[in-house]
Write a protein that binds this ligand. Structure first.
Ligand SMILES: Nc1ncnc2c1ncn2[C@@H]1O[C@H](COP(=O)(O)OP(=O)(O)OP(=O)(O)O)[C@@H](O)[C@H]1O
Ligand SMILES: [Mg+2]
Length: 315
């Protein structure tokens, strides 16, 4: 296909006086896996809702395979599969019956529906629980079924809105393996999560939103190059230092922040030369010996913090 699979141009959505999405534009090419990150309330879900046609934009446009979607019955809507942030399942009925219901909404029937249901359940590892009532499922199993529902009609573009949230680490790994398998099968993925390691593993490119706007859209390597200021230096100390001393170090020229874990001091430096020099000088003056020093590339978490002033973990 020529051109991007998805084009989002100048999307705007207001709720009352609040602008939830404020002129968002980006593109996703076929086969790409793109992470969509942002603090709570940044406008990620609202953006995905407009892309999937659940919510009408106040202005702007969404082009799928080069053209806007024309209403709910447009067959090109089948290019899209949305895994919503809130579980969208009928708990009193079985997993199989949920798939039958949602598959019918996608126009699937008979043998095609049964085949699609079987392979979706297989992929998410729920084949042996097909006949069980959803309310007896664990949170992780419900999340996996939520993903299976979105896969039924074999969409080319998957919009995944925090698909692994609220599940234990083991289920999260299982679910994430399913998503990686979809990526290997050539699916195009727009992926929202608060788990940075998932984005580092899955995504070619990262879009960061804050206050309804896109504040970065780049490859991981590109973001890391731009955020030189987020470099970190780890120093192993002969003895631990107290909170007052840590505060002094954090305020030295060239240092953005200092953290201590036992005798391991981590410095977030704006300028490696000035920051490290000042910290080593100060430690020498107070007779603390530095036994080793190492530096590390900024992580996506550091970049996010530098761009938004917040960490994803504490939002
Ligand atoms: N239906 C709604 N009515 C009123 N305000 C809404 C509605 N949906 C979202 N908002 C507001 O729009 C803003 C963006 O919300 P949105 O759910 O898109 O954020 P998000 O980036 O997905 O956040 P999270 O990480 O918490 O899921 C928030 O200020 C939210 O309160
Ligand atoms: Mg959301």
């Amino acid at each position: 296909m020529e051109g991007p699979l998805l084009v989002v141009r100048q999307l705007v959505k207001r709720f009352g006086g609040r602008t939830a999405v404020d002129g968002v534009s980006f593109e996703v090419r076929a086969g790409e896996a793109v992470g969509l990150l942002g603090p709570n309330g940044a406008g990620k879900t609202t953006t995905l809702s407009m892309v999937s046609g659940l919510l009408a934009a106040d202005s702007g446009e969404v082009l799928l395979a080069g053209r806007p979607i024309e209403g709910d019955t447009d067959p090109r809507k089948r290019l899209l599969g949305l895994v919503p942030q809130e579980l969208a399942l009928y708990e009193p009925i079985s997993a199989w019956d949920n798939l039958a219901f949602f598959g019918a909404l996608q126009g699937l029937r008979g043998a095609a529906l049964a085949d699609a249901s079987r392979s979706a359940l297989e992929l998410v590892g729920l084949a042996d629980r097909a006949k069980d009532t959803v309310k007896t499922f664990s949170g992780g199993m419900k999340r996996r079924l939520n993903l299976a529902v979105a896969l039924l009609h074999d969409p080319q573009l998957l919009l995944l809105d925090e698909p692994t949230v609220g599940v234990d680490p083991q289920s999260r790994n299982a679910l994430f393996d399913n998503i990686e398998a979809l990526r290997r099968r050539g699916k195009t993925i727009l992926y929202t999560t608060h788990y940075m390691e998932e984005v580092e593993r899955l995504c070619d490119r990262v879009i960061i939103m804050d206050h309804g706007q896109v504040i970065a859209d780049d490859t991981l390597a590109g973001l890391k190059r731009r955020e030189r200021g987020a470099a970190q230096v780890c120093c192993e100390l002969s003895v631990s230092v107290d909170a007052a001393c840590l505060e002094v170090i954090g305020g030295l020229p060239g240092i953005l922040r200092a953290e201590l874990d036992g005798t391991r001091l981590t410095l977030h430096v704006a300028d490696l030369h000035d920051g490290l020099g000042a910290a080593l000088g100060h430690l020498r003056r107070i007779d603390v010996v530095v036994t080793s020093v190492g530096s590390r590339q900024p992580s996506l978490e550091d970049i996010f913090l530098a761009l938004t002033g917040r960490t994803l973990r504490d939002v």
